[in-house]
Design a protein around this ligand. Structure first.
Ligand SMILES: *Cc1c(COP(=O)(O)O)cnc(C)c1O
Length: 402
């Protein structure tokens, strides 16, 4: 029976959202607008970003570009937000949002375990600008509530969080943030909009590194913030146009192209991760597997409540000799690449030594560091399970683990 609901589903949005009205004779595939930094509308826009109206024509590519616009519209539709602002990288999107929302004297609450670049920016850069930062275990609602101060303006969580795949309860934290007069931003890079829609759970902003699953092919960098129209108009003026960290139109085109297969890829990434998690859990050299889709993951219930896809990123810990195992895997793996990054079509695996990441990035207090070591041991093997036949991935790991 036909469904009367006119709102296209994610699989359809990933292919069509942001494409303009069809015209007879138009190209079936809108090409990228690449080789121009400006457009010939000199009278239509003033020279101040404050003059930028909703319907302003394209004028200069740092302000807007048709291909980047199309990507922003598609991202906003997939995340259920009014608007999106694309940046040149995930870090540019996140630090742009922080710069927009946090001023001297304000306070930020952030996940104590998250993407290393974000952790280091929060420890090293924000305090120099007079922004106080409290890093807490955002899988613990009471810890988040206890970290709130009258000056807290933003709570920023990553879920699932790199590299332990710990989850944060988005709806629960949104309530705590809003009760304290703060906003909530969620880094949903690992989940993608196919796995988690934070705005629908009460978050004010979603951020993505487009470099990962959204692009999917490991050949473009990008980032985006999705949220309400007014807040994002300010972010665009202050941090994108003036900050200048814009997304290159060719990268926008590559990301749009990658997004056409995002829903299909995420289904296969999740299915392959389930197969590899089961294999690794039964391997004699593996101590534990961290993947929210596993029924024995401590937060599996939360995963089932708030996620529609558990993604293809898992981590595992070996029983002994982690550094030697890392060397062996780097030398012996043939299908899986021993490499950083995640979310690519092809499988990637990388060892993240506990003492290094604690010292350089997370800088946890003694109790939190002890909790991290209890989960991560000497280090986690972060495994971005790709789209290969899972039997070949199992065989590759089996021969390399020995
Ligand atoms: C990669 C990543 C980032 C940073 O994105 P870039 O595009 O590399 O700048 C931020 N958050 C998470 C969770 C990531 O995986």
């Amino acid at each position: 029976m036909a469904d009367a609901d006119p709102t296209p589903r994610p699989e359809t949005l990933a292919l069509h959202a942001g494409d303009g009205p069809r015209e007879l004779g138009a190209a079936a595939t809108p090409g990228p607008t690449l080789a121009t930094s400006f457009f010939t509308h000199p009278d239509a826009v003033g020279f101040s970003a404050a003059d930028l109206g909703e319907a302003a024509p394209h004028f200069y590519t740092r302000w807007s570009n048709p291909t980047v616009d199309r990507l922003e519209a598609r991202l906003a539709a997939l995340d259920g937000g009014a608007a999106a602002v694309a940046f040149g990288s995930g870090m540019a999107a996140i630090t742009g949002l922080f710069a927009d929302r946090l001023a001297h004297g304000d306070h930020l609450v952030v996940s104590d375990v998250c993407y290393a670049g974000v952790a280091e920016f929060c420890h090293d850069e924000l305090p120099r600008r007079g922004v106080a930062v409290t890093a807490v275990d955002t899988s613990d609602l009471a810890a988040v509530a206890a970290a709130m101060r009258p000056t807290t303006r933003l709570v920023h969580v990553e879920t699932p969080a790199n590299p332990t795949l710990r989850l944060a309860d988005v709806a629960g934290i949104a309530k705590i943030a809003h009760a304290g007069g703060a906003e909530l931003s969620v880094d949903a890079t690992i989940a993608t909009p196919l796995g988690l829609r934070p705005l629908g759970l009460g978050a004010d902003y979603v951020v993505h590194s487009l470099t990962k699953y959204l692009c999917g092919h490991g050949d473009a960098l990008g980032g985006a913030v999705i949220g309400g129209a007014d807040a994002l108009a300010g972010l665009r003026r202050g941090q994108l146009i003036h900050g200048g960290g814009v997304l290159a139109p060719f990268s926008a085109y590559m990301i749009l192209r990658g997004m056409e297969t995002l829903p299909l890829r995420m289904l296969q990434h999740e299915a392959n991760a389930a197969a590899l998690a089961a294999f690794l859990a039964g391997h004699p050299k593996v101590a534990r597997v961290l993947w929210p889709g596993s029924p024995d993951h401590p937060q599996h219930g939360l995963a089932r409540r708030q996620m529609t896809n558990c993604s293809g990123l898992l981590s595992f810990v070996v029983k002994d000799d982690a550094a030697a195992t890392a060397r062996r895997l780097a030398e012996r793996l043939k299908v899986i690449s021993y490499a950083v990054s995640l979310g690519k079509t092809k499988s990637l695996l990388f060892f993240i030594p506990t003492e290094d990441i604690l010292r350089a990035s997370f800088r946890l207090d003694a109790a939190a560091a002890a909790r991290y070591r209890a989960v991560a041991g000497e280090g986690v093997f972060r495994f971005s399970v790709g789209l290969e036949n899972p039997a070949d991935l199992v065989a590759d790991l089996e021969q390399a683990l020995g």
